[in-house]
Design a protein around this ligand. Structure first.
Ligand code: ZN
Length: 487
């Protein structure tokens, strides 16, 4: 049996696995993207500064550290030329810690969480969970106070949401109903062991786990009463700070089980967050590889861009979501850096093209009737072009044709999807950006199963197909767009 490394496209797959394992949250995914872009010669810029951009150079910026937009400007670019964009999203459904997460019940310490997005919440039971996200630290050195923003991830499984034994719920297999308020509360510890830990800390003046320093006082430090001291100790140990220096955070529960290549033929990826870190990674790698050599931007007249947004799972309406002005701001600032004429942006948008990349539903062998019989995306069948007459997807005949033409030229498979008429259709960033920016858009995605489960699956060949398709799009769109389908 061929290993993934031996098979064609293996490196894309193993790099995706590394990316997934390093990205438990949107913040981590953006940080991983940043590292790869910097290593590839992309210069970090800030939306707070003036932009002095040069043709032939590569840049990126982040917003809220959960959205990232990277772009490479063609050597022959002039203001008013088009943007060739792949858009995806960095977030996935999960459980986010409440502002007051301290819950104590029945002799247990629990962690209060909010549901984020439309998760398959029953899959979060009986998993080995941990915590990751970002914290704001207040540090005092030589009398002066400074604040910092740090990413954190506790590696060990520190929590679990236990199911109820079947003996106490005999009807559970007829339909497992989750009350997300009552039942979806991770257990952190028993109070008896946590009490013991607190006493050790008080006696030694140190926090168990290696953080030495100011003793944490649960009675007087009112900020910290929002969270179990044990949880703050674990975070402080991981960060290498003292618990009282943690002044705020955005943390979430996440699975500790690593992403793997699996299946009897090593043809699948089993992982959390494939929706949509799979498309995030494939588009990012495609941009990096399509702009890596000295000659790659030599004849390019447009701008190649990847835009990875937070908050898709909750409708994209936030300061950094696809519903924000982030994309339009980027297009207008790049255009204006090369042309003082503000009208030029309008022409640029009409010459531009967006591939909205978000995972698609593969046909499920045990639920065949959930797919329309002529539109049953298959694993290994390549990217899925998503259509919806009611514009839940922004694809039209022109955008679909252009994207399919790339597949034809490169001998890549591609398939179509529409939802059954008697089922509601999902949506994504495509229609939001198409309507907000006025840009030609095609909605596509690699096929997967178990979407929004804590553990999803997709096929390794589709990772390779997606990456190659996006890369060819970046490299050839300029030439392909000359076959103008005027409308
Ligand atoms: Zn998605």
């Amino acid at each position: 049996m061929a290993t993934v490394e031996q098979s064609e496209g293996g490196s894309v797959v193993s790099e995706l696995i590394e990316f997934l394992n390093a990205s438990p949250t949107a913040f981590h995914a953006v940080d991983e993207a940043r590292k790869r872009l910097e290593a590839a010669g992309y210069e970090r810029i800030s939306e707070k500064d003036d932009w002095k951009l040069e043709a032939g150079k590569k840049y990126f910026f982040t917003r809220n550290y959960s959205t990232i937009i990277a772009f490479a400007i063609g050597k022959k670019y002039v203001g008013g030329n088009g943007f060739h964009i792949v858009g995806a999203h960095t977030d996935s459904p999960c459980l986010k810690l409440k502002p007051v997460s301290k819950v104590s019940k029945g002799g247990y310490l629990e962690v209060g969480v909010q549901t984020y997005g439309g998760g398959l919440w029953h899959t979060w039971f009986d998993r080995d969970l941990t915590i990751a996200g970002r914290v704001i630290l207040r540090e005092t050195k030589d009398g002066s106070v400074s604040y910092s923003h740090r990413l954190v991830r506790i590696k060990d499984p520190i929590m679990r949401i236990p199911t109820l034994a079947i003996h106490l719920d005999r009807g559970v297999n007829d339909g497992f109903k989750v009350n997300t308020h009552n039942h979806l509360v991770p257990v952190l510890a028993t109070s008896i062991k946590a009490e013991l830990n607190k006493k050790v800390s008080e006696n030694t003046g140190a926090v168990e786990g290696g953080v030495v320093g100011k003793k944490y006082d649960v009675n007087t430090d009112c900020e910290k009463q929002n969270h179990h001291p044990l949880l703050l100790q674990l975070l402080a140990t991981e960060i290498g700070c003292q618990p009282h220096e943690i002044c705020d955070f955005e943390l979430q529960a996440c699975d500790t089980q690593p992403s793997v290549v699996a299946g009897a033929m090593n043809e699948f990826i089993f992982s959390g967050r494939l929706d949509n870190l799979c498309m995030t990674f494939c588009s990012l790698k495609a941009l990096i590889e399509a702009t890596s050599s000295a000659s790659s931007l030599q004849d390019e007249i447009g701008v190649r861009m990847v835009a990875l947004f937070d908050h898709e799972e909750i409708g994209s309406n936030s300061a950094q979501g696809a519903g924000s002005p982030a994309m339009l701001d980027a297009l207008s600032r790049i255009t204006n850096a090369f042309s003082p004429d503000s009208q030029v942006l309008r022409k640029a948008i009409q010459k531009s093209f967006l591939v909205s990349a978000d995972m698609a539903h593969a046909l499920h062998p045990n639920y065949m009737d959930k797919h329309e019989e002529n539109h049953q995306p298959k694993m290994h069948g390549g990217l899925v072009s998503k259509h919806n007459a009611n514009q839940r997807y922004a694809t039209n005949a022109v955008t679909s044709f252009i994207f399919k033409e790339i597949a034809t030229r490169h001998n890549l498979p591609i398939q179509d999807f529409v939802i059954r008429n008697d089922m509601p259709c999902g949506s994504t960033i495509g229609p939001i950006l198409a309507s907000g920016v006025g840009i030609r858009t095609v909605d596509v995605g690699a096929p997967q199963l178990s979407m929004h489960s804590i553990r999803e699956m997709c096929a390794v060949d589709d990772v390779k197909h997606s990456y190659e398709h996006f890369k060819a799009y970046f490299e050839e769109f300029q030439e392909l767009d000359r076959i103008r389908v005027d409308c």
